[in-house]
Design a protein. Structure first.
Length: 160
């Protein structure tokens, strides 16, 4: 059910805005904007309806968090682009603006990303370690099997 706001109160509206219909629009806009109000507006619901659904539905809550993460990834990419290319700002002395860079913000974002990248590398290296250990275990198993086969064939030679 969707909600509309009438004189400060929420009221239910029957029709096209059932959860299965509005939730996909809501999550899509939330991922694009990281803005709950904008997402609710796009889905045709009151923001409180979305918050109520998030509290009542663990799967919707998980999807909400994933959409927010995606939205923040988009925001970070936009900020990175702006920091890399600078912003053209007008100056009083010149007719054309000059490109300026916000180095302080760039360094803070880089520091935050460095930690994230290090964590990701550690996960990848851990996966590599697991693969190496599995390979070593497989080789040891093959060596044990050959040793057992040689021992049993040696026992057969001794009996002859």
């Amino acid at each position: 059910m969707a909600d509309t706001e009438t004189s400060g109160q929420r009221t239910s509206c029957a029709g096209r805005n059932r959860f299965s219909e509005w939730s996909m629009l809501f999550l899509s806009e939330l991922a694009a904007s990281s803005n709950v109000r904008a997402a609710a507006r796009k889905a045709g619901i009151h923001p409180a309806t979305a918050y109520d659904a998030r509290r009542a539905n663990p799967e919707f809550n998980r999807q909400w968090q994933a959409a927010l993460c995606e939205g923040y990834d988009h925001l970070e990419m936009e900020l990175l682009h702006r920091l890399r290319t600078g912003e053209v700002k007008p100056t009083k002395e010149q007719k054309r603006g000059t490109r300026q860079f916000d180095n302080a913000t760039a360094f803070r974002l880089l520091a935050a990303h460095r930690e994230s990248a290090a964590q990701h590398r550690a996960i990848l290296e851990n996966e590599d370690v697991d693969a190496i250990l599995a390979s070593i275990d497989a080789k040891l198993d093959a060596m044990r099997e050959r040793t057992q086969q040689n021992a049993s064939s040696g026992d057969a030679d001794d009996q002859e």
